[in-house]
Design a binder for this molecule. Structure first.
Ligand code: DQA
Length: 151
């Protein structure tokens, strides 16, 4: 199983950006943790990060035939990017929306996700663990579909 790990704006600064909210783990450390978790379960991770909406869309498009699942932290775009929502819907690759922080308990604007309705699931509030759980969700989903198809 191929998993695209996609991180949006400002997540390149993980580790130094508001560590009291997002933790001290850097993006390279997060990528290593997610990749190791996936590898131990037989999945391959390709990690990308961009601060630009259009680039995130291009990355989703480019991986639509490679990825069997996407673990996506859209950062602040979560709350207002209809273009990213449309991209997730367009590529039709099961996507889990993830957040390090508990967006349901922060400022009102963060409680809104325009991406969630087109995602297969959502994990948030557990730091790096949110990402690991998202990998598990994708793998469980794939296994379930495989069982249904008798594979
Ligand atoms: C975030 C939450 C968003 O509201 C914020 O804009 C981020 C990070 C998180 O991982 O908790 O950039 O997606």
């Amino acid at each position: 199983m191929n998993i695209l790990l996609l991180n949006g704006p400002n997540l390149n600064l993980l580790g130094e950006r508001e560590p009291e909210v997002y933790g001290k783990t850097t993006l390279p450390e997060l990528v290593r943790a997610v990749s190791a978790h996936a590898r131990a379960r037989g999945a391959l991770v390709r990690a990308r990060q961009s601060n630009c909406e259009g680039e995130l869309i291009d990355i989703l498009h480019a991986h639509r035939r490679w990825a069997h699942g996407v673990v996506f932290n859209p950062g602040a775009y979560t709350h207002y990017s209809y273009a990213l929502r449309d991209a997730v819907a367009a590529v039709r690759v099961p996507t889990i929306e993830v957040h390090l922080s508990d967006v349901t308990k922060r400022e009102p604007f963060r409680r809104v996700s325009v991406i969630a309705p087109v995602c297969a699931g959502r994990r948030y509030g557990k730091g790096v663990k949110s990402y690991l759980e998202a990998v598990d969700d994708l793998m469980a989903r794939a296994a379930k579909i495989g069982r249904r198809r008798g594979v």
